[in-house]
Design a protein around this ligand. Structure first.
Ligand SMILES: [Fe+2]
Ligand SMILES: [Fe+2]
Length: 144
């Protein structure tokens, strides 16, 4: 039961879905140029939804307990913004039929995900009480 309520577990699952579509994009770009843009748009949409969910189902209910905790939250928020900008740049290039290399973007996203999976979400599971966790996990379910 405790596992079911873990924010970290729920978000690992979300991250897994995001990773799948990135892999799909990379494969499409290699093998089938035509549908790259369609897959990119799905990838962008999934990431936008993912960041929206994190910000509106989770961060909004979290009150950092220390300077270090707020530093982590701010860092995550800045990275969301940077990655959204990057996605818009990639989109422009694809519209101009340019081939894009998303390896840097992917690397950044993986580091970001690892910080969330290994540090931030387990920290939330530790710091929040059951009622607060339930509030967040219910919101995650609604926005999923
Ligand atoms: Fe994030
Ligand atoms: Fe995330």
């Amino acid at each position: 039961m405790a596992d079911e309520l873990s924010i970290a577990d729920m978000m690992i699952r979300h991250h897994y879905n995001v990773e799948n579509i990135i892999t799909e994009f990379n494969e499409k770009q290699k093998n089938d140029g035509k549908s790259v843009f369609e897959v990119f748009q799905r990838m962008k949409w999934e990431l936008e939804k993912h960041f929206f969910l994190e910000e509106n189902a989770i961060f909004i209910f979290y009150d950092p307990k220390s300077k270090e905790d707020s530093r982590i939250v701010n860092h995550i928020l800045v990275e969301h913004e940077t990655m959204l900008k990057k996605l818009n740049e990639i989109e422009k290039k694809l519209k101009n039929n340019e081939t894009v290399d998303i390896s840097k973007f992917t690397k950044r996203l993986i580091q970001h995900k690892e910080l969330e999976d290994n540090v931030f979400y387990p920290m939330l599971d530790n710091q929040l009480d059951e009622k607060q966790k339930l509030q967040i996990t219910e919101k995650i379910k609604k926005l999923s």
